[in-house]
Design a protein around this ligand. Sequence first.
Ligand SMILES: *[C@@H]1O[C@H](CO)[C@@H](O)[C@H](O)[C@H]1NC(C)=O
Ligand SMILES: *[C@@H]1O[C@H](CO)[C@@H](O)[C@H](O)[C@H]1NC(C)=O
Length: 495
Amino acid sequence: MLLTTLPVISVIIAFAAGADYKFPNNFKFGVATASYQIEGGWKDGGKGESIWDYQTHTFPNRILDGSNGDIACDSYNKIDEDIRNLKALKVDFYRFSISWPRLLPSGFANEISEDGVRYYNELIDKLIANGIEPMVTLYHWDVPQSIENLGGWTNRAIVDYFGDYARICFKLFGDRVKTWITINEPYSICEYGYGNVITAPYYNSTGIGSYACGHHVILSHAKAYNIYAFEFRFKQRGRVGITVESSWWEPDSNSKEDRTAAENMMQMYFGWFLHPIIKGDYPPVMRLRVDKKSREQHFPRSRLPRFTIKEIIEIKGTIDFLGLNHYTTFMAKSGTDGPVPSNINDVGAILYQKPEWKQSAREVFRLVPWGLRKLLVWVKKEYRNIEVLITENGYAGKEDETTNDIERIEYYNLYLTEVLKAIHEDKCKITGYTAWSFMDNYEWTDGYTMRFGMYYVDFKDPNRTRTPKKSAFVYQNIVVTKKIDTSLDLHEFLH
Ligand SMILES: *[C@@H]1O[C@H](CO)[C@@H](O)[C@H](O)[C@H]1NC(C)=O
Ligand SMILES: *[C@@H]1O[C@H](CO)[C@@H](O)[C@H](O)[C@H]1NC(C)=O
């Protein structure tokens, strides 16, 4: 089933205020995925083991439904079908990630997998042949287990290993890939992976391991950026950014304490990574608070590592655009919460969500569209109107969701309306939007119990059949018209 016809317009119903703005002509739309979540083929072509292969095979009970990404959407074997479906959406670009252990089976740069090179070359070439720009994330959570065995992101050695891997990617694919994202969602990698026992590699070291991880993520990003800048940019003329995730943190009251707590969330969650990369070092408030708490907790030195002057110079300004992932909003009030030590405890905020905010299948991913606009305005002010590319935003449906995904349509319409307001009323420099996700896929620790896709994937069918949901038609219409049309008649697509 292809999305070749545009829906007819039925009765015009009231627009949400702001929905009648248009996206600028050069605004780009895309959809996103990540290697482990869609590829499958977990050991095909000599692929090495990632932390997700290792964890899901060794500790299946850590995954809600005991599942894994061994086959996932089988995209390893379905390049042509995926391209057909992308083409039907009429998107300008496709954001996907390269699997580090598929390209470098040992994890190290001593051996490059021929099959890995073939797979990504084929995907990139076919995207370009179909007029879809490839946007590549180098690291979307599947670190080679061989490197994890050395401590993964908590070991400084990863900075050089990541640099080696990045250089190989630039060399192999940079003639065709012009937009690179080094690392996806550092907060989740470090705080959930090395702190809170929520995602692989399931370390339990909040406020210590997670800060070590963050330090090396920042240095690794800068390493890759500088390799590109010095060795490739002149010839390849591409751009390199990083994708950082953040909710919006809304002050619980107008009191100075609550407003400070919310601002500290921005600085110590989002700014933890972006302040060093944009301005050269950790946010002053983060330095101050973590140093002070560390002293109070009898640590002989701060739990937050320090950059040397040389490192600060190397890190500062290593960003051509800011990739932003955003899903929801929290209220923040002043107070002490979380394990001791931990990032949230260092921040000094208590977070909660309002019960009247509409829920999705992921409990904390509640619908709060205005939060995205406030976040975009904060970014504009804090980081001197840096170019923002929204690299993820989307709605979590339940496992039994069908192709009649009206909640997802509502989510996209409402969130994109806020993006329009940020562009037209707040003059934020937002150049693109990426829907998460292209298709239902393996949702990490939640396994296959959640559906984020615009294409429904039948995970019970060995063929992993894909079927467009209603949201695919709505998104296609937005991509083509650069407008949100809340009155689309979707009935003709029901069959
Ligand atoms: C993490 O470590 C702390 C302190 O040892 C312990 O109390 C907690 O139960 C651990 N959490 C998990 C999920 O293992
Ligand atoms: C698998 O799906 C593709 C695309 O929908 C279809 O062309 C093919 O016939 C299917 N194969 C089987 C065995 O069902």
